[in-house]
Design a protein around this ligand. Structure first.
Ligand code: GLN
Length: 189
């Protein structure tokens, strides 16, 4: 199994560390030539969605990635990655990768409570999992019945799945717990 990790900006090294702890191969996608390598899944890391989107355009990576996800390539987006996969952001239609039927609120926790840690149950994983939020978005609404909420914190959806697309508003790669990455790898096989 070989997972592509988008490495334009943000916390991509931490995702590769998690994959390697689980025995999965990974490689960094920095340009179109990298993207052409064989792959079984894609991780879009946290960071800054505006910067990542600008680079995806400039490097001509946006459309190939969009097409691959539409064609069924499993994808896992964390935080900024969740935003990039949304079809709606801050109450408006969004033209990022936008393959997932979710309405996203960016920087949803404001500046005061910008970053926090909690533990909560994750649908499909037996015990609570650690969750680190950093200037995080949340999902205001699932806009199709294909979409399923996996984690709710404080009344807001912070993880969801639609077919082979998985998103978390928090950063599972920043804790030692590998179960959410394992959950994604189970979606890949
Ligand atoms: N606030 C960032 C954005 O809007 C996301 C933060 C993160 O990925 N940790 O892109």
């Amino acid at each position: 199994m070989r997972i592509a990790v988008l490495a334009l900006q943000g916390a991509f090294i931490e995702h590769r560390r998690m994959l390697s702890a689980l025995g999965a191969d990974s490689f960094e996608v920095r340009q179109a030539a990298d993207w052409n390598q064989p792959k079984d899944g894609l991780i879009i890391p946290g960071g800054e969605s505006t910067t990542q989107l600008k680079l995806l355009h400039e490097l001509c990576l946006l459309h190939p990635i969009q097409e691959a996800i539409r064609g069924g390539l499993p994808v896992f987006g964390t935080c900024a990655g969740l935003i990039l996969l949304g079809k709606q952001v801050d109450g408006k239609p969004y033209t990022g990768i936008s393959t997932m039927d979710i309405a996203v609120r960016r920087n949803a926790y404001g500046r005061q409570l910008g970053s926090f840690y909690t533990e909560a149950p994750f649908d499909g994983i037996e015990e609570e999992v650690p969750m680190t939020f950093i200037r995080a978005p949340y999902i205001e609404a699932l806009t199709s019945a294909d979409c399923q909420a996996l984690v709710t914190v404080g009344g807001h959806i912070v993880a969801a799945r639609q077919g082979r697309q998985l998103v978390t508003a928090f950063h599972p790669e920043l804790n030692e717990d590998t179960r959410i990455h394992q959950y994604f790898l189970n979606m890949v096989v």
